[in-house]
Design a protein around this ligand. Structure first.
Ligand code: HEM
Length: 155
C-alpha cells in the first residue's frame, strides 16, 4: 500500500495531488483555462510549453462564447482513466491553471506528480485510497457547518 496520508511540512494532504488526477477524463470550458494563454507564465512557470498554449488560444479564439467551447482535460487519452494527466503536466500540457501549477510552485508536489507519471499503479492505489477516505467524510450540519448551495460561497 502506497498511501502517504500527509505532507506535514506543507500541511497538505496527498489528495491535493492525486485527486486532480480525475482530470484524466472530462472537459473544461475556455473560460476556466483562458489564463493559460492570457498569462502563460503565471501557471506554466519559466518552462511554459508555448506550442500547447498557442493551440489552446487558437481553439478559444475561434468562438465568441468562452463558456460553450470546451477542450479535453487530458488531450492525449481523453476517454481513458489513466496516469496520462500527470505525464501531460510534466510536459507542460496541463489544461487548467490549477493543474499545471502542481509542477511549478513546490518541489515536493512536483516529485509526487513525477512519481505518478512514471508509475500508473502508484497513482491508482493512492487515488483509490483518497476516494475511500473522502467518501467516509460526514457532512457538517447544524452549528458545525453547512452544505453549500454554491461551492464557491457560504450560504
Ligand atoms: C484541486 C481541486 C480541483 C479544481 C480546482 C478543479 C477544477 C475543475 C474545473 C475548473 C473544471 C472545468 C469545469 C468547467 O469547465 O465547467 C473541472 C472539471 C472536472 N473535474 Fe475538477 N477540479 C478539482 C478537483 C477535482 C476532483 C477531486 C475530481 C474528482 C475526484 C474532479 C473531477 C473533474 C471532472 C471529471 C471534470 C470534467 C467534468 C465534465 O467533463 O463535465 N476534479 N475541474
Amino acid at each position: 500500500m502506497h498511501e502517504r496520508t500527509l505532507l506535514p511540512s506543507a500541511g497538505k494532504s496527498l489528495s491535493h495531488c492525486n485527486f486532480p488526477g480525475a482530470h484524466t477524463i472530462g472537459k473544461a470550458r475556455c473560460s476556466t483555462f483562458s489564463s493559460r494563454f492570457l498569462s502563460p507564465g503565471s501557471s506554466g512557470g519559466p518552462d511554459v510549453n508555448m506550442d500547447f498554449v498557442q493551440s489552446l488560444q487558437q481553439l478559444c479564439s475561434g468562438t465568441s462564447d468562452s463558456t460553450t467551447t470546451v477542450a479535453h482535460l487530458d488531450l492525449v487519452t481523453p476517454a481513458t482513466f489513466d496516469n496520462q494527466y500527470y505525464v501531460n503536466l510534466v510536459s507542460g500540457e496541463g489544461l487548467l491553471p490549477s493543474d499545471q501549477v502542481l509542477v511549478v510552485e513546490d518541489d515536493s508536489t512536483r516529485e509526487i506528480v513525477e512519481s505518478y507519471a512514471e508509475d500508473p499503479l502508484l497513482f491508482f492505489e493512492d487515488f483509490k485510497n483518497s476516494m475511500i477516505k473522502m467518501g467516509a467524510l460526514g457532512p457538517l450540519t447544524g452549528d458545525s457547518g453547512e452544505i453549500r448551495m454554491n461551492c464557491r460561497a457560504v450560504n
